[in-house]
Ligand binder design. Sequence first.
Ligand code: TYD
Length: 204
Amino acid sequence: FFCLEGIDGCGKSTQLKRLAEFLTGKGYDVLTIREPGGSEISESIRSLLLDIRYKGVMDSRTELLLYNAARAQVIAEKIAPALAAGKVVLADRFAWSTLAYQGYGREIDPQMVLNLSNITCGKFNPALTIVLDVSLEESRRRQAGENRVADRLESEAVSFFERVRNGYLKIAEVFPDCVNVVDANGDMDKIQDRIRDLILKRLA
Ligand code: TYD
């Protein structure tokens, strides 16, 4: 069970897709999921969470609980059965997103967020999470190139994303055994190579 993390616009979705293709080519049976989402109930919760109409309306604790609710469901429906069947699960975001965004970003007590993650995930935690670290400028630049309307989270202030980014770096410092940072400012192919190296080491 592996996960890619990072602030919006860090490139993790593209990198995850390439990683999935690479591992499938190596003969692994791969399941990819994106969070929040990945099951019918979790996708419904995702719509609530990202709806721009709830900007300034949705309470931070509601947000925290909804991300966890979406996660509990996708674990039960998709992740647990896939791992039991011997598949490699690749997640585009997982519980570290909640610590970074709701804990550090929204400034909810990190210990409380971790306690809740324990209830939600139990033993289902990625063996390795790779944080793709980009500067705020690079993240903004990539998102501007996407040519679509920002969702509720994406429309947060720069200071919010600064807290989230620093939160990820702090998480990697505190949990070095299961969270690694990869500099994601540069060349896409080199970043992919680095990700593959780290994952293959864990699969060996
Ligand atoms: P998404 O469009 O999937 O963003 P990205 O492509 O950057 O992953 O939207 C997910 C948004 O939800 C993203 O802004 C990060 C945020 N998020 C949280 O705040 N907490 C969480 O626990 C998760 C999983 C995501």
